[in-house]
Every structure is written in C-alpha cells, then in structure tokens.
Design a protein around this ligand. Structure first.
Ligand code: ZN
Length: 146
C-alpha cells in the first residue's frame, strides 16, 4: 500500500501477507490486509479472512460501509432470523451509517473485502468507546505490523 496521500493506489493482493487482526477487536482467528486509506474522505478498505467460529467485537459504523464476501458465511446484526443478515458468499452488503454490530460471527471459514466510509467505534457493554478505528488508526496499525 502506498503512503497515505491523495494518489492512485494498487495492491497485488497475493503478494501481501495476511496479518493477524488485533485481538480485542476480534475473537478467534481473524487476519486482514489493509488495501487503501483515503485521508480526503476518511475511508479505508481492507480484506479480511476469518476462521469458522471467529467473531468481531461490538462496534458501530460511524459511516456506512460496503462489503463483498467471496467465501464463507457471516452472521451480521443477529442474522436473518433475527432481522439482521446472514451473508452467504458470494454476497454483497451495505451497512448504513450508525449500523450497530453487537456480534458479527463467522459460521464458516470466510473471506471478504470491505470499504468503510469512516471509523468503527468499538464499545464495551455500557457503550463506552474502547477504540475508535478510522483510516489513521488502521494505517498506523498496518505499518506497525508490516
Ligand atoms: Zn460492522
């Protein structure tokens, strides 16, 4: 990935190693590749790979996000039986601004690509912010792990 600047970007994805996604923001085995950050819009794009049984910690999308799931099965907002979604690859999903994801769970080994138009606000059970994860935070985390 290029510097966080206003410029074109290109990532040969099979030439970039997967990196463990920080525990605390997830449980179980989740890896990611940060593909792009955009300081001008506050957006960021990443690929994720999750093992069956992994989950993403409680968070709210401060801005909307779009994903393309290429493999697996992901339960979002309680799953389709509870008014949320159960995404089964191949799948596209749009999560609205302020979408709250109490527990995103992977029922199978999964892979997805997602663009976030703004930060994720990770919170505890009392809605206190644990981590506000925007383009700058993912950019720094990615560079620290590379
Ligand atoms: Zn989410």
């Amino acid at each position: 990935m290029a510097e966080a600047a206003l410029m074109e970007d290109y990532v040969q994805m099979d030439a970039v190693d997967w990196v463990d996604f920080p525990q605390g923001l997830c449980a179980g085995w989740v890896q990611w590749k940060l593909l792009h950050v955009s300081p001008e819009t506050g957006s960021w794009t990443a690929a994720f790979k999750a093992a069956k049984g992994a989950s993403i910690a409680r968070h709210t999308h401060v801005g909307p996000g779009e994903y393309y799931m290429t493999k697996g099965r992901m339960v979002v907002r309680g799953g389709s039986e509870a008014g949320g979604e159960t995404a089964v690859a191949p799948a596209y999903g749009y999560e609205a601004c302020n979408a709250r994801h109490d527990y995103t769970f992977f029922e199978e080994d999964s892979e997805l690509y997602m663009t976030f138009l703004g930060p994720l606000n990770f919170t505890d059970d009392d809605d206190n912010t644990i981590a506000l994860v925007g383009w700058r935070q993912v950019y720094d985390a990615w560079n620290a792990s590379a």
